[in-house]
Design a binder for this molecule. Sequence first.
Ligand code: GDP
Length: 585
Amino acid sequence: MATTIEIEDMITVGTLADRLMIPVTQLIGELMKNGVMATVNERIDFDTAQIIVGELELDTELVRRVAEEAKPRAKREHGKSAVSRPPVVAVMGHVDHGKTSLLDAIRKADVAKGEAGGITQHIAAYQIQHGERYITLLDTPGHEAFAALREHGARLTDVVILVVAADDGVKPQTIEAIRFARKAGVKIIIAINKIDKPDADPNRVKKELAEQDVLVEEWGGDAVVLNVSAKTGEGLKELLDMVFLVADVEDLKAEQNMPAEGLIIEAHMEQGRGPTAVALVEVGKLRAGDFVVTGPTYARVRNLETTSGAKLKEALPSTPVLITGFKSLPEFGDTFVVVKTEKEARNLASQGAQNRQESGARAGSNSNELMRLISRSKELTELNIVLKADVQGSLTSVLDSLKSLDTTEVAIRIVAAGVGAVNENDLHLAHSSNAIIYGFNVTTPSGVKQHANRDHISLRLYKVIYELIDDAKQELTKLLAPEVIETPIGRLVVKGIFKSTKTELICGGEVTKGKLVYPSRARVTRGGKELSEVDVTNLKKGPQDAKEVFEGEMCGMSLKTPTRVDVQVDDHVELFSRETVARTL
Ligand code: GDP
């Protein structure tokens, strides 16, 4: 049995050789043979390592080490001076079960109380007041975003409100959300929504939840369940009360007397304002005038404001804020830190840029090599895609989900990806690379649509991530070579040869298996080895033509051959049928 070795996503050549217990020179040699130039201290990614180990024929199997799950934020270390912070809540659930409506209803109730701004557009995160306290609500673009954030190691959410429609029950994305929340160690509150509907059946929902090992309190479990209606407002107050109750068990605290640190949870280009980000402060205080550095970019916070546009003097932990003035677009899921001076900010950002370039160059060149490798050995077929999305968060989510569709035979190649409406440039790119343009939650000027039509460029717009992914999956499936299925029909053992030319062979013999029919494909074999593939064009029993000849019977057979086949007595003619079947991913 093959030995199994666990490795990380990226591993240095030296460490991999150690783990495989082979000389590092052997590993470097094998990498070179495959066009990957890497020295002992350089890192290669998991997929490259897996291919190389396969080529080394070591009888060793590599498995990817699953990154340790992010601990819930509440468990973050904090000292004595830490103070309570609002819970960070994400709303998840199956499409159409009412996530948006529920968030709107909660926000509307709050807006009605006179908060600045209004419900005008999608906002990645915002705070609402409930009683004397605050709740931070995340409006993530979907489950994929949650997954992407978790992959970035984000300890973002304290509580998940899982919305399940009372008239529809537990559905695939409900189950997925339960899985995510459990993995991330996040508390779940189940909101059975649409309770106002005549066919609402909360008991059925509870039964279906029990099948997913989520047992409600009234049935002896510990899952918190509430009946709500985003339409009538029923149960919303209780839901928010419950958020505090659940969060208080976690004793959510954070240090305040330090420069702020946190996460970028959305980034986009805003007209007239340039690169803009929504950042969630995790610890410390963020103040106007601070320098915020994230990855390769930084910004001076001139005006500190909430995501609804209200001015703030300072932002405390769990507060989402809008930051403008970045030098380039920050990346969704990246952490940010605050430094005192512009010089420090500039230095740190350029260090960030360098780190990114190095790991990018390495990972990039290696994955390019890998692509080349696979395409050489297995004729990888690619589906070219130009992707546009409304915000950086959804762009990352869609990209992550698309990546997961790749197999060793077919893969998605992102020709270009960006935030914003589909434009002429995207059409150019798609045209020259024969790509499909996917737009997620974006608009397309009618002129661009017309051009796409005129030039026969496939432009597809989606509002639901998994529908977009399904479509890409279908396109990818079309690229899969069909499976060829052969079914044996019968066998003739040759007893005599009557005619043998370049194109025709007439022989006779006994049917020893199955039956013979014509027309059909056949192989002439000797000792199990194929001599030629031929077509059966006629069968005769005695002087008579025969449509079929069965096991135990003698017959004559005419074959059409591609070249002269040197048939001998005792060779076999094996008849078979061949079908091609479309495959699925
Ligand atoms: P999402 O895809 O989970 O964000 O779902 P939406 O919030 O877009 O809701 C899907 C549909 O269900 C919309 O037509 C809503 O008007 C409707 N809906 C949402 N909540 C309720 C509710 O509590 N009662 C009723 N009757 N309809 C609702």
